[in-house]
Design a protein around this ligand. Sequence first.
Ligand code: 4AD
Ligand code: MG
Length: 478
Amino acid sequence: MFNKRTRIKELLQAGQAVNEVTVMGWVRSFRNNQFIALNDGSTNHNIQVVAELGLLDDATIKRITTGASLKVIGAVVESLGKGQKLEIKAKTVEILGDSDGEKYPLQPKKHSLEFLREIAHLRMRTNTFGAVFRVRHSLAFATHKFFNDKGFVYLHTPIISASDAEGAGEMFRVTTLPLNDAPKNDDGSINFKEDFFGKSTNLTVSGQLEGELGAMAFSDVYTFGPTFRAENSNTTRHLAEFWMIEPEVAFNDLEDNMNLAESYMKYLIQYVMDNNREDIDFLDQRLAEEEKQLPQDKRNELGLIEKLNFVLENAFERITYTEAISILLESNHYKKKKFKYDVAWGIDLQSEHERYLVEKHFKKPVIVTGYPKQIKAFYMRQNDDGKTVAAMDILAPGIGEIVGGSQREERLHLLEERMKEMHIPADEMSWYLDTRRFGTVPHAGFGLGFERMVQFVAGMTNIRDVIAFARTPGNCEF
Ligand code: 4AD
Ligand code: MG
């Protein structure tokens, strides 16, 4: 019986009178003891349910409160009122679940994003988060469609890992050893041989190294899974648990890699423009209203839809790291000492530098290549200059780094040399080096931070607002 319901989105899309439908959802508001705005999450549009005076007894009317869940059977008719084309003339209204209107935290008024973060278990019932999470869903679906249509194999790489793929040491340990009574070695260090896996393990920071193993068999693979970083960064762009898409392609060089990343990002944007137009329109309006609160010089020149169209229509700018440094050094911003962090060849670009390049200088996404090898991971292919590697980062307006990738070092002796320089134990990585021992080929890949992409497409300022339940330093609610 329950599965007989019609989704509100489908009902509104059909746009026709129907003799009898069943809808179910949650009350957004109730006016004049007659007009119920009902929402089921399939769209931000509510269906107006009209319970004519006399249809319901007083006790039932009292129970129709904001947040309560209802089952309504009625006729879909043309609405005489303003604001909607169709409405449901109720025959029966059944209360599935009561909601104490006094205590329900979501009142029919505007709530701040900060407040909604505190009630993340309920915020998906708001228009903003309804739109954000439907868009997020579409981006995930479009990801699989994009790679599937290109013949990629989706590889599930492990969540628990014994390696630090990025060599950045920002890992969450996984252990079953007792914290207060861990077995020790003679030198006082913890004896991980007695731990669950017989060695020291952590949550993965990236599926790339395993992805490379897959690429050496299937040629084209991608991963799409959760990754974990214990970096103590309390910013609007960092999560301790985030999702990453990592394609890895045999026989690709850096340029192929850039082309793949750019076309993937554009595909995602186009997909959402084509399939989530209603939600994107809503988010465009939402952002415009949010920006009105900002001082003129802090506002974006383009609205959300204008920005997305602009990105679709223009090629990403491609520059080298060395060129990026020159642009920064020659900028008035630098000359007027407006950067907090100094600029010199060799620095890791700070977020303020990245944002200057994309937002002030180029005003579009920028792909930066050829970073100094000192600031990049051990697996990146070394360039002939001996100083730089075949890395590429994609920087997006309002976000900064959204993609990080590279051509990989496929030459065994150079990879081993680099690992030695960076004190990465080769014996523990023997499985990885085997790819270079047995049929090595040039290959390349990248990682796209899924939440950063959702932020970009949905126009949300804070990364905590594009994942259902954010994990950040000091915060693991829900
Ligand atoms: O640049 P990263 O660290 O690259 C890698 O992990 C490579 N193994 C990827 C590859 O080549 N296969 O991370 C990739 C992307 C970043 O560009 C960023 O978008 C996102 O992951 N990211 C984060 N997103 C949210 N919170 C964090 N703490 C993030 N750290 C990285
Ligand atoms: Mg990076």
